[in-house]
Design a protein around this ligand. Sequence first.
Ligand SMILES: Nc1ncnc2c1ncn2[C@@H]1O[C@H](COP(=O)(O)OP(=O)(O)OP(=O)(O)O)[C@@H](O)[C@H]1O
Ligand SMILES: [Mg+2]
Length: 319
Amino acid sequence: MRQSYCLESKSKMFRDALRNCEDVADSNVNVMILGESGTGKDVAARYIHACSDRWDKPFVVVNCSAYPDTLLESELFGHEQGAFTGATRAREGRFEQADTGTLFIDEIGDVSLSTQVKLLRAIETKQIERIGANQSQQVEFRLISATNKDPFTEVRAGRMREDFLYRISTIVIRIPALRERPEDIEDLVRYFLRRSQAEFRREITSIAPKVWDFLMRYSYPGNLREMKNIVDRMVVLSEGGVIDERGLPILYDVTPTEPAAERPHFTTILSWKEFKRQSEADYLRWVLEQTGHNVTEASRRLGISARQLFNKISDYGLR
Ligand SMILES: Nc1ncnc2c1ncn2[C@@H]1O[C@H](COP(=O)(O)OP(=O)(O)OP(=O)(O)O)[C@@H](O)[C@H]1O
Ligand SMILES: [Mg+2]
């Protein structure tokens, strides 16, 4: 477990979250993991399972956002042969598969109200019934759920039942976003660099300073998932062991923290004529600087005659 994920951290907030995972591992309480997308909620759920005395028993995942309502129920509860059109064979549900182990219900914020009622009953009684069955069976599992939504908002908005939320959230563990643990960014980038070099069989010997700067300062709204993708992409696009600016994701603002000095700022409203005059003068001054005050060269580049340029220079008093 410790080899496949980076669980070292300089952030107290993240270490506390991990400590909570370890502390709850051996009890059978229902754990709800909260956190933004890509922060590592799946990773945390697997970590809890790995730390628990069920580590050698099944870890079964159901992603609720992947199925429409009726399919989700048959996924969870299973069905008997002939229970509905297309049910040509009996099928065991996830609850049964998770027996003696851990059931991880991911994206639990996406479960409909009517399915919540059925889930709640199954979680409370640990009795489940396959669809189309006339008998229930006892299952024994440890429940972990996760969502990137705010469950209290969901309850207030009437999308989540309060009794359901209280049942599944005996313990709540919140995984901090990457921007809440900026002290870990460098170590994580180095970790993902190591990992993707091994995965893609590439050896990286140098990284352009501008790229490194980007990696250290980017805001990573998509958290660890986004960081991993960016690093993978850079490693794959590297040539001769070098990650240069071509590896930078074009869709990202590569200079997020540079001062906005480029943007002109105005202080007074001038007449259009005066504004054009001043702007033209400023521009000509700059062009002359660039060309070493060579009027012939400047006029050629501007596409006007040397005579026209001389007139403007004396007009604006540029020399
Ligand atoms: N501590 C970690 N060490 C290594 N990789 C990690 C770590 N945390 C997350 N990742 C990687 O980042 C990606 C996202 O992690 P994960 O799927 O656990 O996030 P999530 O919070 O469940 O996201 P979502 O809300 O979108 O389901 C995965 O590729 C995972 O391997
Ligand atoms: Mg997830």
